[in-house]
Design a protein around this ligand. Structure first.
Ligand code: KIV
Ligand code: ZN
Length: 387
């Protein structure tokens, strides 16, 4: 059975919480427009009560989005919910994202409260938010470490109070993929009114498992994934949008579909990284500068024979201009021949052997051989055959 997965992007809220990544309202609006063009279903535009700037950003993002739902975060407090509802007043479709801690760690050490009290406050917050006329999403903070029976009780109660979406966050990135998936499955089996709400998942990357946990959650009944561009977010970050989108696209047997237009992924990754002044690590899946770069001789030779030998995604599919063959001391003749051919020179046989010998001498001294270095090497060759 085909499953339609809603993509909820929180780059402008959880992503923007990263130290030094704060955005102006103008920048948030520019990114929100591109997220809508990318095909995300929900954009969490901010936490309106946190600052006048964030309030204004939610207002301005609400004005420009046409189809996409605009979401505003709140705590389970009256003043937060009033403020969020006010910030969403221009939204075509607005959503209030309210919630409270669900694990005993949070209940005892953050709220100094009891399970009964947080459950009551959560239910009250959902019912109050519902009166504002927007969609309501409830987050059970730290659900990854919550007692499962209590979590199920809380989720059942907030759905009964009117929650349209129930968010099960692995706030601390604690869960193992299999266990997280089973948590979602448990809720589908033990919450009697679960069919009245969409299950969302929001995973953090503290142990490097955010994407794996998200996929596991989707395989066990969740229908909304909360993600950010480039995986930015609190501490080690959130699940990355591009990874989830391309896993679902690559593994079509999972039968999970999104509205994401993959060809727009690389451009928005660059936009977010530039505006937030947050470089993308070179080895980042899908959007890192090395994601489609081949540097060892064995890989380069195999890639040049047939790209699928070493690439499971065509870079053009995600908007990356091309794959690259990087020349280093680990490269072989096939790569050298390929790169010199791109510069207009054809080397074979003994000529290629000689060029390769000279190349290795320089490559052992320099980390990467650029086109200028290649031109110099070509210039040293006794006889040249132009292609
Ligand atoms: O990580 C988290 O639990 C959150 C909630 C506010 C959804 O960001
Ligand atoms: Zn979060």
């Amino acid at each position: 059975m085909s499953k339609q997965i809603q993509i909820f992007d929180t780059t402008l809220r959880d992503g923007e919480q990263v130290p030094g990544c704060q955005l102006t309202t103008k920048e948030k609006v520019a990114i929100a427009r591109e997220l809508e063009a990318l095909g995300v279903d929900v954009i969490e535009a901010g936490f309106p009560i946190s600052s006048p700037g964030d309030f204004q950003s939610v207002v301005e993002v609400s004005k420009v989005l046409k189809e996409t739902v605009v979401c505003a975060l709140t705590r389970a407090k009256k003043e937060d919910i009033d403020c969020a509802a006010e910030a969403l007043r221009y939204a075509n479709r607005g959503r209030i994202h309210t919630g409270i801690g669900s694990s005993d760690v949070h209940i005892k050490n953050k709220f100094f409260s009891s399970r009964e009290q947080v459950l009551e406050q959560g239910v009250w917050a959902v019912a109050y938010a519902k009166e504002k006329g927007h969609e309501v999403e409830f987050y059970a903070e730290d659900a990854g470490r919550a007692d499962l029976a209590f979590l199920a009780e809380m989720i059942e109660a907030v759905i009964a109070a009117g929650a349209d979406v129930v968010n099960i966050p692995d706030t601390t990135g604690y869960c193992l993929p299999d266990a997280f998936g089973k948590r979602i499955q448990y809720l589908t089996e033990h919450v009697s009114n679960i069919h009245n709400a969409v299950i969302s998942i929001h995973c953090h990357n503290d142990l490097g498992m955010a994407t794996a946990n998200t996929i596991s959650g989707l395989c066990h009944g969740a229908r909304q994934a909360e993600v950010t561009i480039n995986g930015i977010g609190e501490r080690a970050g959130n699940t990355s949008l591009e990874e989830v989108a391309m896993i679902l696209d690559t593994h079509s047997n999972l039968n999970c579909h999104t509205n994401i237009k993959p060809e727009k992924i690389y451009a928005i990754s660059k936009l977010v990284s530039g505006m937030m002044r947050m470089p993308v690590q070179p080895n980042k899946a899908i959007v890192g500068s090395n994601a489609f770069a081949h540097s060892s001789g064995i890989h380069q030779d195999g890639f040049l024979k047939h790209a699928e030998n070493y690439e499971i995604i065509n870079p053009a599919k995600v908007g990356v201009p091309s794959s690259s063959i990087v020349l280093t001391a680990r490269s072989g003749r096939a790569a050298l021949k390929h790169r010199t051919a791109l510069l207009g020179y054809q080397f074979d046989g003994e000529e290629l052997n000689l060029l390769y010998e000279n190349f290795l001498t320089i490559a052992d001294q320099k980390k990467i051989i650029a086109d200028e270095d290649l031109m110099m090497l070509v210039g040293l060759m006794p006889a040249l055959v132009r292609s």
